[in-house]
Design a binder for this molecule. Structure first.
Ligand code: NAG
Ligand code: NAG
Ligand code: NAG
Ligand code: NAG
Ligand code: NAG
Length: 505
């Protein structure tokens, strides 16, 4: 296969090509390309203990003091969805990406549907549709019902496949007449890495030496959890295709967490290490979806800790995603690190036999738009150019910093420009969602930093939303205005020179 040399060739090409659309409009994108923004249930809804909702693993994690704050109130979208949808319409979003709280819809994860939960999601979906905004719905966004975690260990137990499929069935049956874009699982790889390997996210399982987790095994459980997440995805996608897709005409996929990875040095070892890192990071999920099995190098390095697919499972998974959601924020630099394979108790990171580094300069230079380009090109060239939605991309800033978030405007301008470049170069990317619409409760950072286009004043009992400069900028772009990089940079000098107004058309 030519894969090990993909990066070398890619980097040479990059050097030779003119980069980044500096001035563009929404109309430069192909017809039907959608632009939106996203949130997820626990991060935005609040009303955590209302109307029959029961805790998820994320509630438990946050309430154990693992992060600053919790999602009890969050942005209170549960009560303020009408206001928020109005704001989305005013901003000009084509689509809103949100997730369903499993334990709100089916408290305890299994059994009867909660009518209040059903009502809420019906209301939200209907409200979006009344403004012409497409709902893009995720079924699992790090918030497994705690009841199932307690009962059988959640994602490390194969029993989860049946319960997840039953939950999805309810969602398709109840909402599928109005929802055309379903994502089964949000970033199985990212969820598992933080939740089962490093132990810094829900359900906080890891080897005790890692992060004082009270249970878990970083050597084995990350692989088991992803395996079950993939089987659950395949089961749900199979159900959708068999019972719903003909009638409802929708699409089903899942999202994958990615870094844009570059070799740290020019050495051949680092180039090969970078390829290996991509196999472990992206291939872990994408290879089964496209080729029906894990990458060879993963099987080699993880050995029997990596579960195997039966032929039947392999067939079920292969081709089960109509689209892939890409989640991308950062660039990392990869160094070959063969000695990690000598460790006795290896986790996923050690199995990659690499070390990775963030470039810790300014926000702008550590978040290079090339990050997204390299990932989109990678899907195009290695995975047969599947339809892609960029499910998350955005920039974190301290939560209560200025509404004049110039760094976020620069980031979005550069990244959306690079998306245009890759689409022009043949990438089958069909949509882009800014993370996040509001300043939500963040997974690792709580309320310390945020990505929102809108600031939410948490000191105000009414949790008033305020547009940041980035909301104005994105809105103008969505309404067809031409955006230029020199204009973005001049913002730094004269913020009032732009009459960005949400109400102007
Ligand atoms: C554009 O696409 C071609 C064909 O897939 C590829 O060889 C080239 O590396 C791409 N260019 C960039 C800048 O990614
Ligand atoms: C993790 O599981 C493996 C395989 O069962 C075992 O060899 C290892 O000792 C376990 N590690 C921990 C920290 O429990
Ligand atoms: C575990 O907790 C102890 C005491 O709180 C702390 O000193 C230690 O650094 C922690 N270990 C890890 C690996 O986080
Ligand atoms: C942000 O919050 C921190 C801590 O709550 C405070 O010290 C700081 O002054 C705040 N900054 C702004 C710009 O409000
Ligand atoms: C800033 O922009 C406004 C509106 O275009 C203009 O009236 C003003 O003179 C500019 N100020 C500076 C210092 O360039």
């Amino acid at each position: 296969m030519l894969r090990p040399f993909f990066l070398l060739i890619f980097l040479l090409n990059l050097a030779a090509s003119a980069l980044t659309a500096v001035e563009y409009t929404k109309n430069d994108f192909p017809p039907g390309f959608i632009f939106g923004s996203g949130t997820s249930a626990y991060q935005v809804e609040g009303a955590a203990n209302e109307d029959g909702r029961t805790p998820s693993i994320w509630d438990t994690f946050a309430h154990a003091g693992n992060v600053l704050g919790n999602g009890d109130i969050a942005c209170d979208e549960y009560h303020k969805y009408k206001e928020d949808v109005k704001l989305m319409a005013k901003t000009g979003l084509d689509a809103y990406r949100f997730s369903i709280s499993w334990s709100r819809l089916i408290p305890n994860g299994r059994g009867p549907v909660n009518p209040k939960g059903l009502q809420y999601y019906n209301n939200l979906i209907n409200e979006l549709i009344s403004y012409g905004i497409q709902p893009h719905v995720t079924l699992h966004h790090s918030d497994l019902p705690q009841a199932l975690e307690d009962e059988y260990g959640g994602w490390i137990n194969r029993m989860i496949v049946k319960d997840f499929t039953a939950y999805a069935d309810v969602c398709f049956r109840e909402f599928g007449d109005r929802v055309s874009y379903w994502t089964t699982v949000n970033e199985p790889n990212g969820f598992v890495m933080i939740g089962y390997d490093f132990g810094i996210g829900p359900p906080k399982r890891c080897s005790s030496s890692f992060n004082n987790c009270s249970r878990g095994n970083s050597s084995t459980e990350p692989y088991m959890a992803v395996h079950h997440l993939l089987l659950a995805h395949a089961s749900v996608a199979g159900l959708y295709k068999k019972n719903y897709q003909d009638k409802q005409h929708g699409y089903i996929g899942l999202s994958i967490f990615s870094f844009g990875a570059f070799p740290l040095t020019n050495s051949k070892e680092d180039a090969i290490a970078t390829q290996r890192y991509f196999d472990f990071l992206i291939g872990w999920v994408a290879n089964p979806l496209v080729y029906g099995d894990y990458p060879k190098i993963m099987k080699q390095n993880a050995g029997s800790r990596l579960p195997a697919f039966t032929d039947h499972e392999s067939q079920q998974i292969k081709g089960s995603a109509d689209f892939i959601g890409v989640i991308n924020y950062y660039t990392v630099y990869i160094k070959d690190n063969p000695s990690s394979l000598k460790q006795k108790h290896r986790d996923w990171s050690a199995d990659t036999a690499t070390k990775f580094f963030f470039k810790q300069d300014t926000a702008a230079s550590s978040n290079e738009p090339l990050s997204l380009q390299i990932v989109l090109e990678y899907f195009k060239q290695v995975y047969g150019n599947p339809p892609i939605y960029i499910h998350e991309n955005g920039l974190a800033t301290p939560r209560n910093s200025s509404l004049e978030d110039i760094s976020r405007v620069e980031y979005l301008h550069a990244y959306i420009g690079i998306v245009l470049d890759t689409v022009r170069n043949g990438s089958n990317t069909r949509g882009y969602f800014v993370w996040s619409f509001l300043d939500v409760f963040e997974l690792l950072d709580g309320y310390k930093s945020s990505y929102g286009l809108y600031y939410v004043d948490r000191d105000d009992p009414d949790l008033k939303r305020y547009p940041k400069l980035s909301a104005h900028w994105y809105s103008q772009f969505l309404k067809g205005r031409s955006v230029r990089s020199d204009e973005v940079f001049s913002l730094e000098k004269n913020i009032s020179s732009l009459s960005y107004d949400l109400d102007s058309q």
